[in-house]
Design a protein around this ligand. Structure first.
Ligand code: HPA
Ligand code: ZN
Length: 335
């Protein structure tokens, strides 16, 4: 089996995917036309050409601009169904989707419009593609904790459809400590908790996410490598890291994929996973992230299997759901 086929054959969970970041320019333009929304770009080609980022903020500015095309329940459904079709082709058996309600409610879109469309797509993905999924509500960290509490109030009637919360957007200057009370409340409500930390921000933000937010996974976390005591702790506690290699290169966290520290983290004993983050913006879905990283870092098939296993183990599913995926993974040869 060639490497590309092998990567696709691995049963895997995607644990770090912003659904708004899977909005391909073609769909963005189709929705903008359908909804009579003006975009800052002239064409699909001009949009793609603008995807040349220097850091996280330079990406976020475009990502929020693109999300303006999403207005109706059907738009959120179409967006998520397009993602699920790509995920299925990449061997994803389970996906935990981040969504950013504040990006939409700030534009006057009802919380329920967003959730209803995404939820309907999750149901349809199970029927059509056999993919299981969960929704994780992300709070925007550049906004206030009070804004986060107001968003949580809107989510509370729907907690049967929301599995967890996360923290995303501009990291530097917005440490996890800013959201300690909000995350405490979310934990009391029985929600799973994760947070972006150590993408651009310092290792201290990862420590805060663990100690103050009590997160179960760290999104990105690659800057943990700068703090040996933190690496030791992450290994000891087997805290999963949802690493997004192509994203890290696009946002200049690493200059090239060959310089990415994923293998170093894996060799240290960390529970590393591979994910796509915002695939429409960063040049590849999860399969491409696996493949390009495997090639650049010369990962063995045993290592790729380990990474896929980590993703299944780190997912917020029951043992009963996980067991058949693990059995399929175990049955896959290492050559
Ligand atoms: N980091 C922070 N916020 C984000 C990201 C990311 O990689 N993608 C979408 N929102
Ligand atoms: Zn992210």
């Amino acid at each position: 089996m060639d490497l590309e086929s092998y990567v696709r054959a691995l049963p895997k969970a995607e644990l770090h995917l912003h659904i708004e970041g899977s909005l391909e320019p073609e769909l963005m333009f189709a929705l903008a036309q359908r909804n009579h929304v003006a975009l800052p770009w002239r064409s699909v080609e001009a949009t793609r050409a603008a995807y040349d980022f220097s850091n996280l903020q330079s990406f976020l500015d475009l990502y929020y601009a693109g999300a303006a095309a999403l207005i109706h329940e059907q738009d959120f459904y179409d967006l998520a169904m397009a993602y699920f079709a790509r995920a299925r082709a990449d061997g994803v058996v389970h996906a935990e989707l981040f969504f950013d309600p504040q990006t939409h409610t700030a534009r006057g879109i009802a919380f329920d419009t967003v959730l209803d469309g995404l939820e309907r797509a999750c149901d349809e993905a199970r029927v059509q593609y056999g993919i299981s999924s969960r929704l994780i509500l992300c709070f925007l960290r550049h906004l206030s904790e009070d804004d986060g509490f107001a968003t949580l109030d809107q989510a509370v009637p729907h907690l049967n459809r929301i599995h967890g919360v996360g923290l995303d957007s501009s990291e530097n200057g917005h440490p996890p400590s800013k959201f300690a009370r909000l995350f405490g409340r979310c934990r009391e409500l029985g929600l799973h908790v994760v947070a972006h930390a150590g993408e651009e921000g310092p290792p201290a933000y990862i420590v805060e996410a663990l100690d103050l937010l009590k997160v179960e996974r760290i999104d990105h976390g690659v800057r943990a490598a700068e703090d040996p005591a933190l690496v030791e702790r992450l290994v000891r506690e087997q805290i999963p890291l949802t690493v997004c290699p192509l994203s890290n290169v696009k946002l200049c966290v690493f200059r090239t994929l060959g310089e990415h520290n994923l293998k170093q983290l894996l060799d240290a004993g960390l529970k590393v996973t591979i994910n796509s983050d915002d695939p429409a913006y960063f040049g590849g879905y999860i399969g491409q992230n696996f493949l390009a990283t495997a090639e650049a870092l010369k990962l063995s098939r045993a290592e790729l299997k380990r990474i896929a296993r980590n993703s299944l183990e780190a997912s917020f599913v029951t043992e009963v759901e996980r067991a058949p995926w693990l059995a399929r993974l175990d049955a896959l040869p290492e050559n």
